[in-house]
Design a protein around this ligand. Structure first.
Ligand SMILES: NC(=O)c1ccc[n+]([C@@H]2O[C@H](COP(=O)([O-])OP(=O)(O)OC[C@H]3O[C@@H](n4cnc5c(N)ncnc54)[C@H](OP(=O)(O)O)[C@@H]3O)[C@@H](O)[C@H]2O)c1
Length: 293
């Protein structure tokens, strides 16, 4: 079978770093990141696709600083909305499949049962607004596309909740963690693996366009930040940590620049039905990460 050429943008991010490894078995991967490619430069983003003419464009790059986005809306808009639109248009022009990532923060959290792909988005902050606009731009480009909507991404590298809590647990006796925001913590490696397995199915299909659409992709079950933090702290041997107590606090006692949804658990039934893929429960994901050297 002819080896697909995969252009991966954002190879140094949490998800991108894992994708660089999992995609290696599927095709020839051309992986780039900032500053080689600056997604605020629309012409450069377009040229990257038009000059390389890949079979698949995977955009794992994004402006992900949720709070900082409130004071940098223009930059967040360029990276999260304008750039994915330009990449998707160039992909359409060259007949490539566009793979993109969305966020649970497109939802306002008013629901109390897991969000479906068909639920109406209503982002509470700039990050979510720009990401939602990016999803819409990818769809509007009109080419073949897969959008995977993720939730609470973490892993063994990068900037994420797991690493922050592990660091703080060694520094402080008490951690105060928000307990009234619910989501599904999801390991970046499993996101990359699920993306790769889904992509293989699409590439092998006679008609890729039947798969076009948005898919929720998250670990099973749900928890709040306090529950997640407690599990992380418990995993550190007592002798190695200073932290003795993880106190639950309401979000109102932990003010942030951006408002976050109180509930953004994702229903991943569509992913399961379409691709036969189902991620394990978040506790099992966490065990696997902690068990990884
Ligand atoms: N993290 C989460 O909890 C979460 C939740 C839901 C959805 N998502 C979505 O999942 C996807 C992957 O997220 P992630 O957590 O893996 O992101 P990440 O670790 O923050 O990585 C993002 C990557 O994008 C790059 N980037 C930033 N600005 C750029 C620019 N102007 N030009 C080119 N590259 C640029 C970053 O490079 P630098 O490091 O050099 O800036 C970084 O390598 C994103 O679409 C994100 O919105 C994330």
């Amino acid at each position: 079978m002819h080896q697909p050429k995969i252009l991966l943008i954002g190879k140094n991010g949490q998800v991108g770093w894992e994708l660089h490894r999992t995609l290696a078995a599927v095709g020839q991967v051309l992986a780039v990141d900032y500053p080689e490619i600056d997604l605020t430069d629309a012409a450069a983003a377009r040229a990257l696709v038009l000059e390389n003419r890949p079979t698949v464009v995977i955009n794992a790059a994004a402006y992900t600083a949720v709070d900082k986005a409130e004071s940098e809306p223009k930059l967040a808009q360029q990276i999260n909305c304008a750039a994915p639109g330009v990449l998707a248009e160039a992909a359409k022009q060259t007949g490539a499949l566009m793979v993109h990532y969305s966020t649970d923060y497109v939802f306002d959290g008013a629901k109390s049962t897991p969000y479906l792909e068909t639920d109406s988005p209503n982002p509470l902050g700039v990050y979510g607004q720009t990401k939602l606009a990016g999803d819409q731009a990818v769809r509007a480009a009109g080419g073949d596309h897969l959008i995977f909507r993720l939730c609470w991404v973490y892993g063994a590298r990068g900037q994420n909740f797991l690493l922050t809590i592990r660091r703080l647990a060694c520094d402080r006796e008490t951690l105060r963690v928000v307990s009234d925001q619910f989501g599904c913590p999801t390991w970046s490696r499993l996101i990359a693996e699920a993306t790769t397995l889904a992509l293989r199915q699409v590439l092998a299909a006679r008609e890729a366009s039947v798969y076009n659409g948005t898919y929720h992709l998250a670990a099973g079950g749900s928890t709040n930040w306090h529950g997640f933090a407690s599990r992380i702290v418990e995993s550190i041997p007592e002798a190695e940590r200073r932290c003795r107590q993880v106190a639950a606090i309401p979000a109102a006692e932990y003010p942030t620049a951006a408002k976050r949804p109180a509930y953004s658990v994702l229903d991943c039934g569509k992913l399961q039905k379409t691709f036969g893929l189902q991620l394990p429960a978040w506790e099992e994901c966490l065990r696997l990460v902690l068990d990884t050297p």
